[in-house]
Write a protein that binds this ligand. Structure first.
Ligand SMILES: [Zn+2]
Length: 455
């Protein structure tokens, strides 16, 4: 089945056709590492993780690069506040970011690229832009002149006049227009800086992404993702920089944007101060519940953060895990699983192929669970369903399969107890149950048989 994605650039769902066969070069804007990440970030990165995993599931070779902004005004400010070297501070929070991503099961990124490690590429791009007369130097830096790039506004669908009018009045009188954006900032005293043809300084925010993607992918690539709030000016400016520098259009074939995470009807953000860090959130709920909460909502639908909704996700995931546990021990007589699984797989893929419609895809899995729960499947049939659950979890990354792999000696003891129970030798059965409990396991007797679980 063909996969369609909603492309912000054309504002419609389009067939995903990579530039180079089965290869997909994918870039998602990473964090500015000056503090712990909040759950708005968790939403974005979990949803792009599911997207990248599904692309691989479909047989694409995904080269997924994410940048790490490790030099920026906020980093310098925070470093100064704490009397710390800003770059050191950034790299400390980069570690914390990786720890959060690992906890949330995010493992699809091929390469994390630090801005500070692409300084040559950044400088070369700016040199090209000046040479081609798209950029100019002033007393405090180098700027991109948006007037020169007539496509400016094509991603946010705003005419140039409106953008220029909307630009904040700049106190910088050297700039030709208030909406011209910074490519290079000349260093003020005691700021981290790099040598350049324009003296010591550091890059603007937008240029790091195009320097990284040009290095990793070339001047054109397949897919760019990020939060909805990055469309303007960040992504708009990326297009201007790279298309002006290379003369090739488009920079990116498909632009995908995740909707906001709202809290009390406001966007969750650091600047508004209404945020919850991933670290704190994971004290309240387990990692997989969090992952499922975000993975089961559509990436383009704004999400209202609520504890009730997370609790619902927890219950829903519990039902899936319980189902998987049951499948492991099913040993009945019913058949017909293959047909049910085949039609569910078809529905799951149809929904995911429709711009990654995760809520509908997951709903089709619940339908399957309801149908199978009416049956007492033969072992072979149960295995077919189990294989299906493993397959879809390569995309979702939420199901707990490992709980089932209880140590061999524990399983042996549980099997012996099951024999005793069937022979109605209650004394032995109870004794073994106590023994299991001492070892940290308990028995759940279900109509389909007994299941050993961790306490
Ligand atoms: Zn970015």
């Amino acid at each position: 089945m063909a996969l369609k994605v909603y492309n912000t650039l054309n504002r419609k769902k389009e067939l995903l056709k990579p530039i180079n066969g089965k290869k997909i070069n994918m870039f998602v804007c990473g964090p500015t590492v000056y503090d712990l990440s909040h759950i708005g970030h968790a939403k974005t990165y979990i949803q792009f993780d599911v997207i990248a995993r599904y692309l691989r599931y479909k047989g694409f070779e995904v080269n997924y690069v994410q940048n790490i902004t490790d030099i920026d005004d906020k980093i310098i400010r925070r470093g100064n506040e704490q009397g710390k070297d800003p770059i050191k501070l950034a790299h400390e929070f980069e570690k914390e970011y990786f720890a959060d991503m690992k906890a949330l099961g995010i493992n699809s990124v091929t390469k994390y690229a630090r801005a500070t490690e692409y300084m040559n590429a950044i400088i070369n791009q700016i040199k090209t832009l000046i040479k081609k007369d798209y950029a100019y130097e002033t007393e405090d830096g180098v700027y991109f002149e948006i007037e020169k790039f007539s496509d400016y506004g094509k991603l946010c669908h705003q005419p140039m006049d409106q953008i220029k009018e909307g630009a904040r009045v700049s106190i910088n009188e050297n700039k030709k227009s208030p909406s011209d954006f910074s490519l290079w900032k000349k260093a003020k005293p005691n700021e981290p800086s790099w040598n350049s043809p324009w003296g010591k300084g550091r890059p603007g925010w937008h240029i790091e992404d195009t320097a990284i993607t040009e290095t990793e992918f070339g001047p054109q690539y397949d897919l760019h993702g990020g939060g909805f709030d990055l469309i303007f000016p960040h992504h708009e400016s990326e297009i201007a920089q790279m298309e002006a520098a290379s003369g090739k259009k488009p920079l990116v074939q498909y632009w995908l944007h995740t909707a906001f995470l709202n809290i009390n009807k406001e966007k969750m953000s650091k600047s508004l101060g209404n945020f919850l860090t991933i670290r704190d959130a994971l004290k309240l709920w387990d990692e997989k519940t969090y992952r499922f909460y975000f993975a089961s909502t559509h990436y383009r639908t704004p999400l209202d953060y609520s504890e009730e909704a997370i609790d619902q996700a927890k219950q829903g995931l519990g039902r899936i895990n319980e189902f998987v546990r049951k499948l492991k021990v099913m040993n009945g007589k019913d058949s017909g699983a293959k047909k049910l699984v085949d039609s569910t797989l078809k529905k799951f893929e149809e929904h995911m192929d429709n711009d990654f419609d995760m809520p509908q895809a997951i709903a089709s899995v619940y339908d399957l669970i309801r149908e199978i729960n009416k049956l007492d499947l033969a072992k072979k049939d149960a295995e077919i369903v189990l294989y299906f659950m493993e397959k879809i979890d390569s995309v979702l990354g939420v199901i707990t399969f490992e709980d089932l792999s209880v140590p061999a000696d524990i399983q042996k003891l549980a099997n012996k107890r099951e024999v005793a129970r069937k022979e109605k030798d209650w004394t032995t059965a109870d004794k073994m149950r106590d023994e299991l409990k001492e070892k940290g396991f308990y028995i759940d007797d279900t109509p389909q048989g007994s299941v050993v679980k961790k306490l």
